[in-house]
Design a protein around this ligand. Sequence first.
Ligand SMILES: [Zn+2]
Length: 280
Amino acid sequence: MFIGSHVSTRGGYIGAAKTALSIGANAFQYFPMNPRSLATKVFSLRDAEACAQFCQEQRMLSIGHAPYPLNPAAGDDERSLMVRLLINGLEITGACGSVGLVVHFGKYVGKDPLQGYKNIIQCLNSATRAYRGSSLILLENQAGEGAQMGLTLEEMVQVRKLCEHPEKIGFCLDTCHAFASGMWRGDDWKEMETRGERLDYLPHLKAVHLNDSVHPCGSRRDRHANIGAGYIGNDHMRQLLTSRHLQHLPIVLETGTGRDGTHREEILHVKSLAGKGDPR
Ligand SMILES: [Zn+2]
């Protein structure tokens, strides 16, 4: 399996890959550009390609996380800015050899919720029309804090289907968000799996954000807890981790670091839950 955590790009994209390997990860997530800004980034192709080559040699999988202000549900006046940023993120993650760029489903503040979905589709269409590389847009489900969109499998699947290039769009499942939104109760993974197959969600699931939840199921509050230390708990995480749909995907922790300042111990813990105990 491919298990790891979010890592810093302080040493460039290649630095992120090397950091991940050094903590026992074979999957990782990084910020391709400044996570707090809407500015596009001029990146080093050499650095990105070194990252891609390293990951190929070490058999590692990676995903990039789009900047937080990137909102596909934003209205017309902001669309070109959002599209430009999406394309920039896709170009960087593509050059880094990543599976895709994780993008939050979106936050719509207007009166007509349907307009929010239309905005998302238009934004995704414009980006996928312009980008010809292999990196995918990975839509991430939301917890329901502030934005009441992207909380169900049905919505995620429907938006993808209505896009011009669904083949360029996949999903990233955040377990904390799924639990907080009530999409996943923790004890019903089998049901969620059946539904995910029937709705055509799981075949397009390309990455997992593995996080426990500080708040109970249905709370709609987005606070990540370390695995086993939240309301989801180890047993329910084990059910999810042993699903056949997750065996080939990058599974990435977005939790607080351990005593050594890294995710090394938590990665070992997740491996043991997944039944892939450390062979060393
Ligand atoms: Zn996440």
